[in-house]
Ligand binder design. Structure first.
Ligand code: COA
Length: 284
């Protein structure tokens, strides 16, 4: 619960609250939102704060200016970490890893990446680790690393194979060829590719749909998909059965009970025609 009007971030990361949505922007537009060590530190603090802030029911991650992000900062990450002690380097990598994938994968609230403009290299990691993604159809994506002597590191080469087929991942890693938002949709990197002038409106619309779901069940459903796909069928079946029971146990809205009651007893709701009425329930 937040009882403060404080807004986290403010330098390399900007946060705007809007009716349950927290719009989180990488904010280094003059550097095309290249991701430095300082940005990682600020982003970690922002995600930490938003997770327990009631103003943020859904997070949208995007970039200010012309880019989602031009990837890792060649100065403020690569050069900067070349020059420091091994421990300082280790910390910089750990702090970067934290927000770019570890936090996003486990995040308590739903996340949408809104890709505007350039999206290169390291930017693929947070893009992929958001739950959903919408792009400007004319945005430019690229695994540009091969063109200047490095490989897609961080965890990019792993992340892309969770969404792209092997042939396609290999093709873009090996050629460094750029592609647009429409192609990103074909590749499965994003849910939708829309015209630039519809990007914010469509993202907001989707965020509102997520905002109005039962948040506990939505969280459990997101985690179930993420972890079940790592398991074989037997394990997944056992895990999901347990997850279903856990969801019922932890859901303060008692959504399952409400759904059954409204469908079977009250006959006020049919899942195929909409959502059950979310109600306050007495806690026993
Ligand atoms: N790291 C550090 N600085 C970067 C950067 C990056 N990844 N990407 C852009 N910048 C900086 C530029 O150096 C320039 O800084 P300056 O104004 O101080 O000279 C500023 O951002 C604007 O970039 P510029 O190249 O002039 O903009 P552009 O619109 O012509 O081109 C890109 C945009 C994204 C195509 C181009 O900047 C680029 O290729 N960036 C590198 C992309 C990349 O390979 N990322 C993978 C890293 S893992």
């Amino acid at each position: 619960m937040s009882d403060t009007n404080d807004i986290p971030g403010g330098k390399d990361v900007l946060v705007e609250f809007d009716d349950g949505i927290a719009w989180v922007y990488l904010n280094r537009p003059d550097k095309r939102n290249a991701m430095s060590v300082e940005l990682a530190r600020e982003m970690n603090a922002v995600f930490d704060a938003l997770e327990i802030d009631d103003r943020a029911k859904v997070i949208v991650l995007s970039g200010k200016g012309e880019a989602f992000s031009a990837g890792m900062d060649l100065q403020g990450f690569f050069r900067a970490t070349d020059k420091v002690t091994d421990v300082a380097r280790h910390r910089a990598y750990r702090e970067t890893r934290a927000w770019q994938w570890r936090t996003l994968i486990h995040y308590a609230k739903p996340t949408i990446a809104m890709v505007n403009g350039w999206c290169f290299g390291g930017a693929f990691t947070p893009l992929i680790c958001c739950d959903l993604a919408i792009t400007d159809k004319d945005a430019t994506f690229g695994l540009s690393e091969i063109n200047w002597g490095i490989i897609p590191g961080g965890v990019v080469s792993k992340a892309i194979t969770t969404l792209m087929g092997d042939r396609e991942a290999m093709y873009y890693v090996m050629t460094g060829e750029k592609f647009d938002g429409t192609r990103a949709k074909e590749l499965g990197l994003v849910n939708e590719a829309v015209p630039a002038d519809k990007l914010r409106e469509r993202t907001r619309e989707l965020a509102m749909v997520l905002r109005d779901k039962n948040p506990t069940v939505l969280r459990q459903a997101r985690m179930a998909v993420k972890w079940a796909r790592e398991m074989d069928w037997e394990m997944a079946s056992e895990y999901l059965q347990a997850k279903v029971d856990q969801t019922t146990f932890v859901d303060p809205e008692k959504g399952r009970e409400q759904g059954l009651k409204q469908f079977l007893d009250e006959k006020t709701f049919k899942p195929g025609h909409g959502h059950y009425e979310r109600r306050e329930v007495e806690q026993s």
